[in-house]
Design a protein around this ligand. Sequence first.
Ligand code: GDP
Length: 323
Amino acid sequence: MAEPARQLPFDLVGKRVFVAGHRGLVGSALVRRLERENCVLLTIGHRELDLRRQEPVERWMKMVRPEVVFLAAATVGGILDNSMRPVDFLYDNLMIETNVIAAAYTLGVAKVLFLGSSCIYPRLAPQPMTESVLLTGPLEPTNEPYSIAKIAGIKLCQAYRRQHGARFISAMPTNLYGPNDNFDLASSHVLPALIRKTHEAKLAGLSSMVVWGTGKPRREFLHVDDLADALVFLMCNYEGEEHVNVGTGRDVSIAELTSIIQRAVGFDGAIEYDTSKPDGTPRKLLDVTRLTALGWKATIPLDAGIGQTYSWFVEHQATARRS
Ligand code: GDP
């Protein structure tokens, strides 16, 4: 069908903006960033509204009438958590995205931004990974259920766009970190896990700390405040069917990351590699040419971002997610 007129920039001023998942790492950064946009923020906690249930989602969205949706709600976790809870990572994410995207269409929401993750790409995709390597090879088995749910979300946004002309777009961020991250050692991603482990090793006066795997995998890390800025930028300035990668375009090995964190924390103990834990995909680096061409670049350097996140962790230890 013919595409409707899609004026850019899309203006957020005065609009009713629903941030789904506002207490999470991404959602809370979006709420901070959107406070500068003079829009009306709509949020609801997961205890009040279970986004996995279609009817309550429709009812609540009908009541609050959002005009814009940032879909940042998801069941997320690190490499071990993904392998322990495949149902939660597949079912929860399929349900959340289907319910919110479908309700957004039914209620005539003007624009939706769906968030995925760089693990949607094939395990051995050429690096850095362009948006076009999607579905060109097998996925990394340690996060396949999550990846399949996120790929379905991208395809659902594209389907609404193709069939109904909906202005639904998708962004694929790289590995994220920052305030409000999950610091629970069993379920977190590597960066918050290593911040906590290093801090605790320092406090305990230990001479070494354990890092999972071989230390050789390479990962790219983006501060979540940079991500939130990119998401607002894309909401206002992007209208394509293709998803857009969001990253820094630079990666480090897990061993290098450990050194940066050790410097930030002030701990210089030895590192013991626990190779009984999985390495996961060997390298995950996004090609950010599309986003750069649109006019957006990350600004927070990794060492400064880690320093800031470490300070946040120290200040919020009692309330940070670290069960
Ligand atoms: P991934 O990017 O999906 O593989 O997820 P993670 O962020 O959980 O893990 C990234 C890499 O860091 C993997 O190679 C892990 O084995 C490694 N790693 C090293 N130490 C840790 C740790 O304490 N926690 C986690 N989650 N990963 C670790």
